[in-house]
Ligand binder design. Structure first.
Ligand SMILES: Cc1ncc(COP(=O)(O)O)c(C=O)c1O
Length: 363
């Protein structure tokens, strides 16, 4: 009898494996890992203590419904409990959104280059990616994205600010775009880095979602909140989208540690705001230093900067690595590098570049 391997779905053929940011070499020189846009600060004391307490009962399953976290988020954003859904990081929620809306024959539109997970989760669902190139300013070309909509389009990602180019979509543009999107196409505003925005022309997606049933806001605790390792993200969406997210969630996917730490983080906003402000200050310093050297760097509204180095990208990554700085290169294109991780202890000498929007609230 000949051995056959298990039959796998053809849709998986050729899926690029998600490449996490490269880890810093354990035995190398002092290294700064800038490749995953993480928060460089250690957990806040109160949050750590809360998570440690939750760890004492990890023989039990977590609260399936994330009751306390959902209640905290609902009151904070003034949205109905039923409009919230959590998942294993916002990438987990993004995957659930695609699974809920698109399958073979359907199309998912996103800007390119943008967050690396979009093509992967689209292909896993068996749907087709429609990539719309960024414009020359490294920004979403929303007109072209609206032109790309067909009767097969099921979901559109708008990554604001965009990973890895750090650019934003402003209110007027986004509203014009939303007017062009048919009401049966879901628009996902991926706001993983919203806390770092200081441009007051950039809308808060929650304002746009309220009277638009086809708009969903995606948020994470991984970046500003510094809980990347705990894997918790959430979406705010009208029924039935939020209900579909609850159906497609991996049961018990969000650990009790993550749920409790997220609630504690939401209640520690002052301390978190100080950290985000320091990172934004450092971003301004890095941007100014690079610009002064003659580099073209898009105005960053995230916690990283984008250098379009083209063919020199791979060489630049090698030089960085030799110097103990681990960045995220996209060979032939450029690299995104968090602007603050390596130098955070020196943030007090930074100059703030864009202060148009003060940080009276993290969102
Ligand atoms: C734009 C964007 N969305 C979502 C995510 C996913 O973050 P997480 O799954 O940790 O919430 C990332 C992570 O890098 C990101 O850059």
């Amino acid at each position: 009898m000949t051995e056959k391997s298990p039959k796998l779905r053809a849709a998986l053929d050729g899926i690029p494996t998600y490449k996490p940011g490269k880890p810093a070499a354990a035995d190398g020189p002092l290294a700064f890992k800038l490749s995953s846009n993480e928060n460089p600060y250690p957990p806040l004391a109160g949050v750590l203590e809360t998570a440690a307490n939750a760890a004492a009962s990890f023989n039990r399953y977590p609260d399936l419904a994330c009751t306390a976290l959902i209640a905290e988020l609902a009151s904070r954003f003034d949205v109905p409990l039923e409009h919230l859904a959590t998942g294993t990081g916002s990438v987990g929620v993004a995957q659930q959104l695609v699974q809920s809306t698109a399958g073979p024959g359907d199309e998912v539109i996103y800007a390119w280059r943008s967050f690396e997970a979009y093509p992967i989760i689209t292909q896993i669902a068996g749907a087709t990616s429609v990539r719309v190139p960024l414009n020359d300013a490294e920004e979403h070309d929303l007109e072209a994205m609206a032109d790309a909509i067909t009767d097969r389009t099921r979901l559109i990602f708008v990554c604001n600010p965009n990973n890895p180019t750090s650019t934003v979509v402003r209110r007027a543009q986004l509203e014009r775009f939303l007017e062009r999107v048919p009401s049966d196409v879901l628009v996902v505003l991926d706001e993983a880095y919203i806390e770092f925005i200081r441009d007051d022309q950039v809308p808060n997606g929650i304002d746009l979602y309220r009277d638009r049933p086809n708009v969903c806001v995606l948020r994470t605790f991984s970046k500003a909140y510094g809980l990347a390792g705990l894997r918790v993200g959430f979406a705010i969406a009208h029924e039935p989208v939020a209900a579909a997210l609850r159906k497609t969630a991996v049961p018990f996917g969000v650990s009790q540690l993550a749920q409790d730490a997220a609630v504690a983080s939401l209640r520690s906003e002052d301390a978190l705001r100080e950290r985000v402000d320091a990172l934004v200050t450092e971003r301004g310093r890095v941007w100014e230093a690079l610009t002064a050297q003659g580099w073209t760097v898009p105005d960053s509204q995230a916690n990283f900067v984008w250098l379009r180095l083209g063919e020199r990208t791979a060489d630049f990554a090698k030089v960085c690595e030799a110097a103990g700085v681990v960045i995220r290169p996209f060979p032939g294109e450029g690299c995104g590098s968090p602007s603050a991780s390596a130098r955070r202890t020196r943030s007090s000498c930074g100059r703030r570049r864009s202060t148009a929007r003060s940080s009276e609230c993290l969102f």
